[in-house]
Design a protein around this ligand. Structure first.
Ligand code: ADP
Length: 626
C-alpha cells in the first residue's frame, strides 16, 4: 500500500515532537484523553438532543489498557469516531486540526516560531511511541478504518473490523534508551498518576483494569491476585460544584490533595464568572510562608484548566508578583487546550481573567482585614513583605491596589495599624506621616530622634523591614500626606522657642560645631544643635532623600557601590555633655577631639551602625574613666 505523506507543516511538527521539544512527555496521555473526551462530547450531545438515539449514560467512557509484554498502550473511547476521510483529514494534515485557527490568530504577530504556534495534540503520541495506530468507526457508518504511522515517513489507511462506534488509539511504546525511560508509560500506577494529575476532572469515566494483591476473603494472611475495572478520575471538579454544597473541610482537603501546602489555608476563594469571559476558580491564601518563598526556586502561578482538562501546571501570567503566594486553579471554557505558554501570555481572555482574579484577591484581603483582623495579622506576618515589594516595584504603579493592605506597628497603639487608621487620627496641624526605621520595635522605641515627635503626641510608624522605607518613598504620599522619617533634618514642625542665646553665645557654638565638623571630616556632613533631642546628648539625622536605614539596606546588597546618606551629628545643647564640649573647646583641643569621636561613635551605635574602630572606642572610654 502506498504511503501517504504528511503535509509539510505536519512533518516539521512531527520532527519536533519526536525529538521531543517538550520536556514533559507524559502530557501525551492528557492530549489523547482530551481528544477522546471531545469525541464523546460530540456523540453525547447528539444523544441528548436527538430522541431517535437511545441514551445510556454508562455507555460513554474512556478506557486505558496496557499490555506490557508487547509494549502496547491503548486508549479507547466510545465517542463519535472518524470516517476514512476524517482520519485522512484530521490525522494526516495538521492544517485541518483545531491548531490552524489558532495559528491564524498568531500569524499576525511576528517573532513566534512554529513550536510556539502549535500546541500539542494528537501528534504528541509520537513522543513516546514508535508506531501509532488509530482504529475508528464513525457514528452512522458501517465500516471501520485503521490509520497507522511510524512517524515522519507518512501514514496508511485501510479498512478493518471494529464492532462498536468509537476510536482506539494504540501506541507501540518506544524502547528505553540511555537517557530516556519509556517503560513507565506501561506501568499501571504511573498511568493512573498521570491521569489523576492532568485529567482527573474529565467529565466521563476514565477506566483502567487495575491488578493487585488482596487478602483472600475470610483469611487473615492469604493473599490472592485480583483484577478489577476502576474509574480513575473523580469527574466532578470541586470548582464546578455549588459553593453552598461545599464545606470548609472540602476546600481544605482539596488544598492538601493538590499539595498546595502543608499548612491550612487562611482563606479560600471560590469564583464562578459567566460573562465576557467565563471561568471558575478556586484560590487559596496560605497561612504560612512556604520555606522556599524567597528563593529563586519558588515559582508563582495558578493551575490552568481548559474545560476540565489541565493545560498548565503553573501559569504565572494569572498572578501579579505581589500576590505570588496565592495558590489554586482556574478553569475556563474560553481557552484553547492547544495553547502554548508563549501565546498564552498575549491571550486576551487570559488577561481578563488575571485582572479579575487580582481584583478579587484584593477585595478578599480587604474583607479579611476588616472582619478578621487577627487572621489578617497572621497573613500579614507571612506575606506582608511581598505586598510592600509590590508597591516598590514597577515604579509604584500598584500603589492603589496595595496601599490599604499595608500595616505598620504603631508607637501609640502598640500593634500594627493601617495607613488609613493612622491618617484618620492625625491632628489637624500634623503635616506628615511620621515613621522611624530600625532593626526592631524595641530598638526604634529607644531612638532619641523620635523624642520630639513623641512629645508632640504624634503617632510614629515603626519600619522594621528592609523594604519599608523604599516602599513609602515610592508611594510618596498616602491620602495626600507625605511620609517623613523622624531622623529627617526637616520634620515640618514648628519648634517652640528655645531660650534665646546671646550673639556671642551663638557665635561660640557655631565655631565649636565647625571645629567638631573638621574633626569628623568625611564622616558627617554637618554638626549642629539639635531641636529634637530632649534627654539624649547626641543623635544622627540625615539630609536629603537617603536615610541611614536605606544606606544600610543598600550596602548590604551584593556588589552595590558604597552609598552614604548625608549624616548630620546633632548635639543636645541643653545636655550636661555640651558644657564639657565647650570647656574642652576653650581649654583642651585634644580632649575635644576625644569627646567628639566618642559622641559620634555613640550616635552610630544608637543607629545600629558599626563603629570604625571599636578597640579605640573602648580605650577612649577607659581614658575618660581614669
Ligand atoms: P485538536 O484536538 O486540537 O483538534 P489533534 O491533533 O489532537 O488536534 O486532533 C485532530 C483532530 O482529530 C481532532 O480535532 C478530532 O477531529 C480528531 N480526533 C482526534 N482524536 C480523536 C478521537 N479519539 N475521536 C474522534 N476524533 C478524534
Amino acid at each position: 500500500m502506498a504511503k501517504k505523506q504528511f503535509k509539510t507543516e505536519s512533518k516539521r511538527l512531527l520532527d519536533l515532537m519526536i525529538n521531543s521539544i517538550y520536556t514533559h512527555r507524559e502530557i501525551f496521555l492528557r492530549e489523547l484523553i482530551s481528544n477522546a473526551s471531545d469525541a464523546i462530547d460530540k456523540i453525547y450531545y447528539k444523544a441528548l438532543t436527538d430522541e431517535s438515539i437511545s441514551f445510556d449514560k454508562d455507555s460513554y467512557y474512556i478506557k486505558v489498557v496496557t499490555d506490557k509484554a508487547n509494549r502496547i498502550l491503548r486508549i479507547s473511547d466510545t465517542g463519535i469516531g472518524m470516517t476514512k476521510e476524517e482520519l485522512d483529514d484530521n490525522l494526516g494534515v495538521i492544517a485541518k486540526s483545531g491548531s490552524l485557527a489558532f495559528k491564524k490568530e498568531v500569524e499576525l504577530k511576528d517573532g513566534h516560531d512554529i513550536i510556539g504556534q502549535f500546541g500539542v495534540g494528537f501528534y504528541s503520541a509520537f513522543m513516546v511511541s514508535d508506531t501509532v495506530t488509530v482504529i475508528s468507526k464513525a457514528y452512522g457508518s458501517d465500516d471501520a478504518y485503521k490509520w497507522q504511522s511510524g512517524g515522519v515517513d507518512g501514514y496508511t489507511i485501510e479498512p478493518c473490523e471494529k464492532d462498536t462506534v468509537g476510536t482506539d488509539v494504540i501506541l507501540k511504546i518506544k524502547e528505553n534508551t540511555e537517557d530516556e525511560k519509556y517503560d513507565e508509560y506501561l506501568e499501571e500506577y504511573r498511568l493512573k498518576a498521570i491521569i489523576k494529575k492532568y485529567s482527573d476532572f474529565v467529565r466521563y469515566p476514565i477506566k483502567m483494569d487495575i491488578t493487585g494483591k488482596r487478602l483472600k476473603e475470610g483469611s487473615e494472611k492469604e493473599y490472592e491476585d485480583y483484577k478489577e475495572e476502576q474509574t480513575v478520575n473523580s469527574m466532578v471538579p470541586i470548582w464546578k460544584r455549588n459553593k453552598n454544597e461545599l464545606t470548609k473541610e472540602d476546600y481544605e482537603d482539596f488544598y492538601s490533595e493538590k499539595h498546595y501546602g502543608f499548612d491550612k489555608p487562611i482563606k479560600y476563594i471560590h469564583i464562578s464568572v459567566d460573562g465576557v469571559v467565563s471561568y471558575n476558580a478556586i484560590l487559596f491564601i496560605p497561612e504560612k510562608m512556604p520555606f522556599d518563598f524567597y528563593t529563586k526556586e519558588y515559582e508563582k502561578g495558578l493551575e490552568l484548566y481548559s474545560k476540565g482538562v489541565m493545560i498548565m501546571n503553573k501559569c504565572p501570567d494569572l498572578l501579579p508578583d505581589y500576590f505570588s503566594f496565592v495558590k489554586g486553579l482556574v478553569d475556563s471554557e474560553d481557552l484553547s487546550l492547544n495553547i502554548s505558554r508563549e501565546i498564552l501570555q498575549h491571550d486576551r481572555q487570559l488577561k481578563l481573567i488575571a485582572k479579575n482574579i487580582k481584583n478579587k484577591i484584593k477585595s478578599e484581603l480587604e474583607n479579611l482585614l476588616k472582619n478578621e483582623r487577627d487572621k489578617y495579622g497572621e497573613f500579614y506576618k507571612a506575606f506582608g513583605r511581598q505586598l510592600k515589594y509590590g508597591i516598590y516595584s514597577e515604579y509604584g504603579s500598584n500603589k492603589e491596589t496595595l496601599q490599604d493592605l499595608l500595616m505598620f506597628y504603631s508607637s501609640k497603639e502598640k500593634k500594627p495599624v493601617t495607613l488609613e487608621e493612622y491618617v484618620s487620627r492625625m491632628p489637624e496641624e500634623q503635616k506628615y506621616i511620621y515613621y522611624a526605621a530600625g532593626e526592631s520595635n524595641e530598638r526604634i522605641e529607644k531612638l532619641p530622634q523620635a523624642e520630639l515627635i513623641s512629645d508632640k503626641g504624634y503617632e510614629i510608624l515603626y519600619f522594621t523591614d528592609d523594604v519599608d522605607e523604599f516602599s513609602v518613598k515610592m508611594m510618596m504620599t498616602y491620602k495626600d500626606k507625605e511620609f517623613r522619617s523622624v531622623s529627617s533634618s526637616d520634620l515640618g514642625i514648628e519648634i517652640e522657642e528655645k531660650k534665646s542665646l546671646s550673639d556671642t553665645e551663638e557665635k561660640g557654638n557655631k565655631e565649636l560645631f565647625e571645629h567638631m565638623k573638621s574633626i569628623l571630616s568625611g564622616k558627617v556632613k554637618d554638626v549642629k544643635a539639635s531641636v529634637r533631642l530632649k534627654n539624649h546628648p547626641v543623635c544622627l539625622s540625615t539630609e536629603g532623600e537617603l536615610t541611614i536605614e536605606m544606606e544600610k539596606v543598600l550596602n548590604s546588597m551584593p556588589n552595590s557601590p558604597e552609598i552614604k546618606a548625608d549624616k548630620v551629628l546633632e548635639i543636645n545643647t541643653d545636655h550636661e555633655v555640651f558644657k564639657s564640649l565647650k570647656e574642652a573647646y576653650e581649654n583642651d583641643k585634644e580632649k575635644l577631639n576625644l569627646y567628639t569621636n566618642l559622641l559620634y561613635n555613640q550616635a552610630l551605635l544608637i543607629e545600629g551602625l558599626p563603629i570604625g574602630d571599636p578597640v579605640e572606642f573602648t580605650n577612649n572610654i577607659c581614658k575618660i574613666m581614669k
